[in-house]
Design a protein around this ligand. Sequence first.
Ligand SMILES: [Zn+2]
Length: 59
Amino acid sequence: MIGYQCCFCGEDIESNEADVSSLILITNWDKEDNQDQQFFCHIECFKRRLAENVPVFLP
Ligand SMILES: [Zn+2]
């Protein structure tokens, strides 16, 4: 069984929770030496941290 930790609130995400979500952060996007790292989060934690004028096309 794989465990997930929310990168925003630090809480474990139960694998049977419907809202386990993944973020892929790509640093140096416009350069050749860009790197990526995957994070997990609750979708609600992600949405709470976005600015109000950032559109999210998720339920
Ligand atoms: Zn969370």
